[in-house]
Design a protein around this ligand. Structure first.
Ligand code: NAP
Length: 606
């Protein structure tokens, strides 16, 4: 390891040690002794050697499997210093070399636009000519720069500045993620010449949303010019600052970095090459320390008023019924279709399907008790009381009979509605959310052997840890207030087959709604009432109305077993190309199944 006393180098060493590697570090004699002592304390074999001392460098390289450079500097370090290191590695017979690239994908950008990248190019030519295998890690920008207040994310002006394209995805990788990946690559004898990674790739527009959700304010997205404008500004700044030629991060070089960020994108990504790595998210990078009040929802991009604008024809409403104020969104005409969402989402979860449903039905998307903009009273989270809320809303709307459709917890409430108010239930559709039944009591607190190893839920042995976690009183809201994005990212990755279908915006919406302690407390109360729901289920007569159960890959087997027990004539279909969040993953298949069932299999009109 060269540059092991630097910011990135130290993290790479930590990651290597974590992987059980033995690490040797060359440090120059002038290095801060405290940092050298720190390395030695961690068991690193420290070899003092100047980069100009070929013999000492070669001796330090003897017997090592890979030389990793995290040196930082200008020509004398990146070109001259690394060339000396390369020569020593070759002389010592080291098989592999990782240069200190750790930047945007400069192979995609022409030479002459970024001074620091040109130095990497110059060294690359020497590296590729040497008899040694090489791997470069291209990680975009370090995610940490987002917290520094650059023109890209300017906290003072509360603006996200961009050049050329507000939707261009920008590569960011945290230093820790870069280090962990580099350590894995250093120990991977088969690593290819180039490895491209990114912890997250937000567009400027998405960055503004995430920064707002993370409580950093309300950001305006502002075009600062074209790429050509930026190139011209760089030329002027460079001409005005000749001393910057000798500075690693001169003002104009920082502008050059921004130009690179807005010019290239790392793809395809190699993030998945090494299992077990975790990746920072934009939210976690920007989220304030725990305990900080989350951003107000009152007038931001995630407020209901802003969200309904995205769904033409739908409007916001409130009704005080059953002693609480419920929020609902309504649109379309035809028979009434009441749609109830689940955890950890809001009415907005129906956005991929609601406009199409509204072409045939009067859709009523309800934030159930405790959710989104509806009230969060101290109690009443058993599904019987929550169904009472919905029945009171249905009466308030003057509707005699409605079709109920619910997902997840919403499916439980919809089922409870059908059990308790069969005369008011035309048909029932539930997606991954059967009414709580005795079977819930047998969910294991421990995962089946091997069933919780990978990033995805095991459909045969689903391990639903949140069923237990959400039973805990008071603690989850302390842990998750202002940090709910952690839970969302984990959950979506775990229970969706393709969690890229849950957009950054959708995540920001749900984070904004669940970041408040009261929201977390109320949503968890849905789970804390499950035992009562199971008891209530014993008193219900089987359902006689038409019932459709739609199960995703992770719920189909359970639904197939449990639904016919309470609705003997129920039809159960599996949408096995989808994980739990079916509206986002397979909206067309959901619509085909729902409309087919509601319209007696006749193809939908319009
Ligand atoms: N993608 C991005 O956004 C981004 C951002 C920042 C950095 N980087 C890149 O990440 C890599 C590591 O940067 P860093 O921020 O970790 O750098 P850093 O903290 O400044 O550390 C630099 C390391 O290089 C060593 N070094 C510098 N000049 C040397 C010389 N003449 N002889 C011997 N050793 C020398 C330093 O040793 P001493 O302890 O003796 O000084 C230190 O170990 C570099 O390639 C840098 O360009 C990328």
């Amino acid at each position: 390891m060269a540059g092991g006393t630097g910011a990135l180098g130290q993290l790479i060493i930590d990651a290597l040690l974590l992987r059980g590697a033995r690490v040797r570090a060359v440090v120059r004699p002038s290095t801060d002794p405290a940092r050298v002592a720190g390395l030695a304390r961690r068991g690193v074999d420290v070899r003092p050697a100047d980069l100009a001392d070929a013999a000492a460098l070669t001796a330090a390289c003897a017997g090592v499997g890979c030389v990793v450079s995290a040196l930082a500097g200008l020509h004398e370090v990146i070109v001259a210093g690394q060339t000396a290191l390369l020569a020593a590695a070759v002389a010592a017979g080291v098989p592999r070399f990782i240069p200190s690239d750790f930047c945007s994908d400069y192979t995609q950008q022409p030479a002459g636009l970024n001074r620091n990248f040109d130095l990497r190019r110059e060294f690359r030519a020497r590296l590729d000519a040497a008899p040694i295998a090489a791997t470069s890690i291209l990680n975009g920008a370090f995610a940490e720069i987002l917290t520094y207040g650059t023109p890209l994310l300017d906290f003072e002006q509360q603006q996200v500045g961009y050049w050329e394209d507000a939707d261009l995805k920008i590569d960011f990788t945290s230093m820790a993620d870069t280090a962990a990946f580099t350590a894995a690559a250093a120990l991977d004898a088969a690593a290819p010449r180039w490895l491209r990674i990114a912890s997250f790739q937000p567009s400027p527009r998405e960055l503004a949303m995430v920064a707002s959700a993370a409580g950093r304010g309300t950001f305006e997205v502002v075009r600062l010019g074209s790429r050509l404008d930026l190139e011209q500004a760089i030329a002027q700044a460079r001409a005005a600052n000749p001393a910057g030629e000798h500075e690693l991060y001169a003002n104009w070089q920082q502008m050059q970095y921004l130009l690179s960020m807005f010019s290239v994108q790392s793809q395809p990504l190699d993030n998945a090459r090494y299992p077990g790595l975790t990746w920072a998210s934009a939210y976690t990078t920007l989220a304030p320390a725990a305990g900080t009040e989350p951003a107000s929802l009152a007038a931001g991009p995630y407020a209901d008023e802003a969200l309904v604008q995205r769904l033409p024809g739908l409007t916001n409403h409130y009704a005080t019924v059953n002693g609480i104020r419920l929020h609902y969104v309504e649109g379309g005409s035809g028979p009434a279709l009441v749609c109830l969402p689940g955890w950890p989402q809001t009415w907005y979860s129906f956005h991929p399907v609601a406009p199409a449903l509204a072409r045939h039905y009067r859709v009523i998307l309800v934030d159930i008790r405790g959710m989104g903009s509806s009230d969060k009273p101290a109690g009443g989270y058993d599904k019987k009381t929550m169904a009472q809320d919905i029945y009171a809303l249905v009466q308030h709307l003057g509707l005699a009979k409605v079709t109920m459709l619910g997902h997840d917890i919403g499916g439980m409430v919809a089922s409870s509605f059908a059990f308790n108010y069969p005369a008011a239930t035309e048909k029932l559709v539930i997606l991954d959310g059967a009414h709580p039944s005795e079977g819930l009591r047998y969910l294991s607190l421990l995962p089946a052997p091997g069933a919780f190893e990978g990033p995805k839920m095991d459909a045969q042995h689903p391990y639903v840890w949140w069923m237990a976690f959400n039973q805990v009183k008071e603690l989850p809201e302390k842990l998750l207030a202002g940090r709910f994005q952690y839970l969302l990212d984990h959950l979506f990755a775990y229970v969706m087959l393709d969690d890229s279908k849950m957009s950054a915006f959708d995540r920001a919406v749900y984070a904004a709604h669940y970041n408040h302690p009261a929201s977390i407390r109320a949503a968890n109360a849905w789970y804390q009432a499950l035992a009562q729901d199971v008891a209530d289920a014993r008193t219900y007569a089987p359902l006689a109305m038409p019932v459709l159960g739609i199960g995703s890959r992770v719920s189909y087997e359970y639904l197939k077993m449990s639904l016919p027990a309470v609705a003997p004539q129920a039809r159960v279909v599996g949408l096995l190309d989808s994980g739990h969040y079916l509206f986002e993953e397979q909206p067309a298949e959901v619509l085909a199944a729902v409309l087919g069932f509601l319209q007696g299999e006749a193809p939908p009109q319009g």
